[in-house]
Every structure is written in C-alpha cells, then in structure tokens.
Design a protein. Structure first.
Length: 342
C-alpha cells in the first residue's frame, strides 16, 4: 500500500471514518480538528505536552457504526519547541497502512497495532475516566458499576463500605455530576469520604468542569489542610478542583499552598505543575513557585524537571524563560537556574 497520506487526519478521513482527538497527557481535553491539523502541519506547538511527548487518544468509527468506536492511544515525541516530530507521525501512519490498509475498523483490524511503538496503554485512572467520558459523549449508558457508585455517594450504603465500589463506577459518577442529585450528593459527602475513595475520585474530577460552589468547597478544604500540614488532603483537593473554570479560585488555592509550610514540598509542587499550570501565567506567582522549587533540596533534580516541564507548555514558555532574565532573583533561585546551564 503506497498511497500518499500526509497526515493522520487524512488517513482517518480517507478511510471513511468519523473521528475525534483528545489530549490525554495532563487533563482529558478535546482537540478540535482545525487545531489538530495545525499541530500535524507543525504550524502550532502541541498545547499540552508532557514529558516531551504528545499523549493523545484518537477515537474513530465508520459511518455505519453500531458497535463502540475504536480508540488509538498514541504517544508521539515533540521537539524542544513542543512541535510534533513529523518523522514519527509518518512512521506510525506507514505502519498503519502496512498493517491495515485503508480498512481501519472491523474485526480484522483488531490487535494488528498491538506492537506498534507509538501505541501505549493509559493508567487505570485515565482509562476509566476516558471510558466514562466517551459513554457520555456518545449518549450511551454508563457502565454496570455506575448505579452502585451513585448509591454509595448518596450516603445510603454507608461510606465505610468503599470496598464495594469499582474504579469505573467512581469515574462514571464523576463524569455524570449533572445527573440526578449527584452534584449535591458529592458536596455533602466530600468531607466525610474515606481517603480510599477521595483519591481516585479526585483523579476523575480533574477531567470535569465542576461548579463554582463545589470549587469553593474544595478551596476551603485545601486551605484547612494547609494549616494542618496535611499534604495528602492538599494534593487531593487541588486535583479535584483543577478542571474547574473558576481559575481565580484555583489560583487562590495555589497561593495558599505556596504561602504554607508545604510550599516547597515536592508532591505539592508537582501537583501544581501537572494540574494547575494555567495559574502560573501570573509572573509573580510563577516567581514564587520557582523559588519554592529551588528551595527543595530533598529531591535531586526536582527544580530542573519542573523547569523542563513548564518551559515546554506553550502558554507558559515565555513566562518561564522570563525568569532566566529576571534581575531580582534570590540567591537560591539564581543558583538553581545556574545549575540548569552548567
């Protein structure tokens, strides 16, 4: 098969499929087709790089589809400006054409890309959240675990019976907060939920646009946790609120962390970079954040890994590079930056 296919978008369209693309690296975020075309043509950088890669899910189905759509989970390397390395994308496309031809769907296509170097399996949390999201977007019923989870969060079973609820049920609940009394049940239950439920639930809520009042509750819980120096609760609450559109509230939470005894804690700093990066476009907050990262000398290479992570994010790149040129840096931050270039 030697048909000239120049982009994945063309490959999917020419195979007669409908398709959608989602970023899977930081938060599950839909990438529209126009933006994806610009990414594929290296006109724009990949918006949400993680570890030097574009980590994405491509969902596609043929026009007669009665079965569930197909999904490719893909990981492509990016250059130092976070632009797609075209050779990798071309290599993947040629392997697809060789293995499948232009018949991308159907029984025969299954399993043929299992050993493809660009295909990966997301972790259990991401997979559960993505499954829950797809079911919602396709107007399909939730998984068989959803009803039990919904009952659990209503408080009727007793919160101590957390072992009876499945991870997929927690994901379905989080992605269906607008169903029934789910949102109000979550608000009432959050403070008394056991950590064994809060932690995976927070990992699902990252992908959800929660309400402003729910965000306010999480900020209050996080602020209290900062005072108690309860690191796990700080991380859990920040993760749970990070998908909210109330960026001012998330910024308030980040400021509370940075001003607390936990301000230079590695887990807190990494959670801010991974989940609340949008708040770091504020130059003063970014400055404070990088100072705190420089102060952490428990973990070797923490500052350099945080710097590399943030400088790769297109919306943050100019702000992070600005810190290198800033005059009014502390001695600690200046030394940390010096080590980056030594």
């Amino acid at each position: 098969m030697t048909a000239q296919i120049s982009t994945l978008g063309e490959l999917l369209t020419n195979a007669g499929t409908q398709w959608r693309v989602y970023d899977l690296g930081r938060r599950i975020t839909k990438i529209d087709k126009k933006q994806f075309a610009q990414i594929e043509n290296t006109q724009v950088p990949y918006p949400y790089p993680l570890g030097g890669h574009a980590i994405m899910a491509i969902q596609f189905w043929d026009n007669e589809a009665t079965v569930d759509p197909y999904v490719w989970f893909l990981k492509f390397p990016l250059d130092e400006q976070s632009k797609l390395i075209i050779a990798s994308r071309d290599h993947f496309a040629s392997m697809v054409l060789e293995a499948l031809g232009t018949q991308l769907t159907g029984e025969a296509a299954q399993g043929k890309l299992d050993n493809n170097p660009y295909v990966f399996t997301p972790n259990a949390n991401k997979l559960a959240a993505f499954n829950a999201l797809l079911k919602r977007e396709l107007n399909r019923p939730a998984s068989q675990y959803y009803e039990h989870a919904e009952l659990y969060f209503s408080g009727k079973l007793g919160f101590e019976r957390w072992q009876e609820i499945a991870l997929q049920g927690i994901a379905d609940f989080a992605l269906r907060l607008d169903h029934g009394h789910n949102a109000s049940n979550l608000q009432q239950a959050w403070s008394v939920l056991p950590a064994e439920v809060k932690t995976p639930l927070a990992a699902m809520l990252e992908h959800v646009t929660i309400s402003t009042s729910q965000t306010e509750d999480f900020v209050a819980a996080l602020t209290h946790a900062c005072q108690q120096q309860d690191k796990d609760a700080v991380v859990t609450n920040l993760r749970a609120m990070s998908g909210s559109h109330a960026l001012g509230l998330i910024a308030h939470a980040v400021d509370a962390i940075l001003a607390s005894e936990l301000g230079s804690d590695a887990d807190c700093l990494l959670t801010i970079a991974g989940r609340a990066w949008e708040t770091l476009t504020d130059q003063q907050r970014l400055f404070t954040y990088m100072e705190k990262a420089a102060e952490n000398n428990q973990i070797d290479g923490l500052f350099s890994s945080i710097f590399a992570d943030l400088v790769a994010i297109p919306m943050l790149r100019p702000h992070v590079l600005g810190i290198i040129r800033a005059e009014n840096r502390s001695e600690t931050l200046s030394r940390a930056i010096g080590r980056l270039f030594s």
